[in-house]
Design a protein around this ligand. Structure first.
Ligand code: F6P
Length: 537
C-alpha cells in the first residue's frame, strides 16, 4: 500500500481550507437558518446509534471536501486492508485485523476457534466447573493487565453491570502502585481465585510486577504447584508466558495483528466473558461486527464513523479546538473517557506521517471528559464561559435505562439543555435587561451582566445509543475504533504503532537501578538526580 497520500493531496487540502474559512465566519445558528433541512441532513444512523452533528460547524459541502481528501489519502484501500489484510502498521511490519475477531476475514476461522475455547472456559467458570488446587470451584478473578490489556475489559464489565453473572467476582489490577494489587486481592480466598495475566508482549513492567505479587499470594496459600492451577495467561507471546510458568491448558493466545488498544475482542476479553451472563460477550462482538459492516459498506458521506471523523478533524485542523470533551449522560459509560483516551491519543497522538515527514495538520485533539450530569458541576463552567470554545460530544441513552422514570427524564433534559445552552448562549444585553427588570439599578446591572453572559455558538455533537446493552456497547466501541482510523488516514499517520511510550519505559529501568543505590549507567539531568537522591531507599 502506498504511504501517506497521492498527488492530489495538496488540492484536497486547499478545498478543505476554503470550506473551513467559510464555516469559521458563519455562526452555527445561521447555518440552521440557511438550511431548513439541516437537522435531517446532518443526522446519521448506524447500528444502535444515532449521530447528530448539526450543532457542529460542518455541512454537506465540507463533508464532501473531506471525503475527497480521504480518497486522495487512499482511504478505500486502507479500509479494505483493515478487513482483508495488508501491512497497515508499516513501522512494525504488521497487518491490523482486529475486525477478524468479530467477523469474517482472512483470520476469521482461526479467531472463531480461539473464541470457542474462551467461550467454553467462561461457561465452565460461571458454572462452577473450574476447580482449583483444593478441589473448590473458582468463583473470583483478578484480571492483571494495563493499557489495552485493561481498559476495554474494565469498561465492558462496568458498563454491563446489569448483565453480570451473579456468582462471579471480578477485580482489576493495572497500576504498579502496590496499593492496586493489595486492593484487588483483599478479602479473596486464594483457593477460589483465578489470576488472569493479560499482556500482549508479556514483558510489561507493571503487569509482570503485579503478576509476581499475585502469584506469591497464591503460592503462600497453595504452594507452587497448586498456585499454577490458578493462573491463566492471555498473550501474543505464548513462549514468554510459558517460560514464566503458565500452564499450556491455561494459555489463551492472540496474534500480533491485534493491537493492544484494539484487543478487547480477542482472548483479552476472557475475564469479562467469565463475569458476564452467557451470551453477553458474543452479543458485544455481534454489535461490533454490525458496526464493521456499516463502516465497510456505506458511502463516506453517509458513513457515521467517517462523518464523525470529519467533525473531529475539522475542529482540530481548522477551527482551533485543541481538545474535545466526551460527556456520556449514562453512568454506565463512566469509563468511556479513559478508554477513548488510549484509543484516540495512543493511536493518533503523532506529528510524523507514514513517510516520516511532519504532518501538514494535526487532525486529532486531546480527549477528556466525564459523565453527565456530574461534569456539569465540575468543569462545564469552562465549557460555557472559558476563553476557548471546546467541542463537546454528548452521549444520550435512548433506551429505558435503569431506576425511576423521573430520573430518565431529568437526565435527558440536562443533556439537551447543555447542548442548547452551548449553542444559544446569552448576550450581555439580554442579561443586563433581565437584571434591570428584576430590580437592580442600571449601574449594578451593567457591572454584573458580563459575568452572567454566555458567548454561545459553541459546537457539540449528540450521539444517541439505543441502550447500554452488550450489542449496543460493541457497536459504540467499534464506531470509535473506526472513527479513530478514519482520522488517521486523513491525517496520514499510522494509527497502530505507539513508539512514543518507549523512551520513558527505557529510562525507568536506569532510574530503578539508581533508586536501589546502584551506580548510574548514565548521567541524569540535575532535577532528576535531585529527586533520585530524595527518593532513594
Ligand atoms: O505502553 C503502551 C502499551 O504498549 C499499550 O499500547 C498496551 O496496550 C499496553 O502498553 C500494555 O501492553 P501489553 O499488553 O503488552 O502488556
Amino acid at each position: 500500500m502506498s504511504q501517506s497520500g497521492n498527488a492530489h493531496e495538496g488540492e484536497t487540502w486547499a478545498r478543505i481550507d476554503a470550506e473551513a474559512d467559510r464555516l469559521k465566519r458563519t455562526r452555527i445558528l445561521d447555518l440552521f437558518a440557511a438550511d431548513p433541512q439541516r437537522v435531517d441532513a446532518l443526522t446519521f444512523t448506524a447500528p444502535h446509534l444515532v449521530l447528530d452533528v448539526s450543532k457542529q460547524r460542518i455541512d454537506g459541502a465540507a463533508i464532501a471536501a473531506l471525503a475527497a481528501h480521504a480518497e486522495a489519502m487512499n482511504f478505500s484501500e486502507a479500509r479494505r486492508a483493515l478487513f482483508e489484510g495488508g501491512v497497515l502498521n508499516a513501522t512494525e511490519q504488521r497487518e491490523v485485523l482486529h475486525t477478524n475477531l468479530r467477523g469474517p476475514g482472512p483470520h476469521g476461522a482461526e479467531s472463531a476457534q480461539v473464541r470457542t475455547r474462551v467461550r467454553e472456559f467462561a461457561k465452565r467458570f460461571r458454572g462452577g466447573q473450574i476447580r482449583g488446587a483444593t478441589g473448590a470451584p473458582l468463583d473470583s478473578i483478578v484480571h492483571i493487565g494495563i493499557g489495552g490489556s485493561d481498559l476495554g475489559p474494565r469498561l465492558v464489565v462496568d458498563a454491563l453491570r446489569r448483565f453480570r453473572a451473579p456468582n462471579v467476582t471480578l477485580r482489576f489490577a493495572a497500576n504498579v502502585d502496590g496499593a492496586e494489587i493489595v486492593d484487588a486481592l483483599e478479602g479473596l480466598d486464594p483457593a477460589r481465585t483465578l489470576i488472569v495475566v493479560v499482556s500482549k508482549t508479556f514483558t510489561t513492567q507493571e503487569t509482570m510486577a503485579n503478576a509476581e505479587a499475585a502469584r506469591a499470594w497464591l503460592r503462600q496459600a497453595l504452594g507452587p504447584e497448586g498456585a499454577a492451577q490458578h493462573v491463566a495467561a492471555v498473550t501474543a507471546a505464548p513462549e514468554r508466558a510459558t517460560a514464566w510458568g503458565a500452564a499450556p491448558e491455561m494459555l489463551f493466545p492472540f496474534r500480533d495483528w491485534v493491537g493492544g488498544r484494539y484487543s478487547l475482542w480477542s482472548a483479552v476479553g476472557l475475564s469479562a466473558d467469565c463475569a458476564l451472563q452467557d451470551g453477553a460477550f458474543d452479543a458485544l462482538l455481534a454489535g461490533a461486527n454490525d458496526m464493521d459492516a456499516h463502516f465497510r459498506a456505506l458511502p463516506l458521506p453517509r458513513n457515521a464513523p467517517f462523518v464523525s471523523a470529519c467533525v473531529q478533524m475539522l475542529n482540530r485542523t481548522h477551527l482551533g479546538a485543541h481538545s474535545y470533551v466526551v460527556a456520556p449522560y449514562a453512568r454506565r459509560l463512566s469509563l468511556l473517557a479513559p478508554f477513548l483516551q488510549q484509543l484516540e491519543m495512543e493511536s493518533n497522538g503523532k506529528s510524523i506521517d507514514r513517510d516520516g515527514k511532519p504532518v501538514r495538520h494535526l487532525a486529532a485533539a486531546v480527549t477528556w471528559g466525564d459523565v453527565g450530569t456530574n461534569a456539569q458541576h465540575s468543569f462545564f463552567q469552562l465549557l460555557h464561559q472559558g476563553a476557548e470554545p471546546i467541542p463537546v460530544e454528548f452521549l444520550v441513552d435512548m433506551g429505558r435505562g435503569e431506576g425511576p422514570a423521573e430520573h430518565r427524564k431529568l437526565l435527558r433534559a440536562n443533556v439537551l439543555a447543555q447542548a442548547e445552552a452551548l449553542l444559544l448562549g446569552k448576550s450581555v444585553n439580554t442579561v443586563r435587561a433581565e437584571l434591570f427588570a428584576s430590580g437592580l439599578d442600571a449601574g449594578a446591572a451593567t457591572k454584573l451582566a458580563p459575568h452572567k453572559a454566555f458567548p454561545g455558538d459553541r459546537p457539540s455533537t449528540i450521539m444517541g445509543i439505543d441502550g447500554v446493552t452488550p450489542a449496543a456497547l460493541g457497536a459504540l466501541l467499534a464506531f470509535y475504533e473506526h472513527r479513530t482510523f478514519a482520522q488517521a488516514v486523513m491525517m496520514g499517520v499510522n494509527a497502530f504503532d505507539q513508539w512514543g511510550v518507549e523512551l520513558g519505559k527505557v529510562l525507568a529501568q536506569g532510574v530503578a537501578r539508581a533508586l536501589e543505590g546502584k551506580p548510574a549507567a548514565r548521567q541524569h539531568d540535575p532535577s532528576t538526580a535531585a529527586w533520585i537522591a530524595r527518593l532513594k531507599e
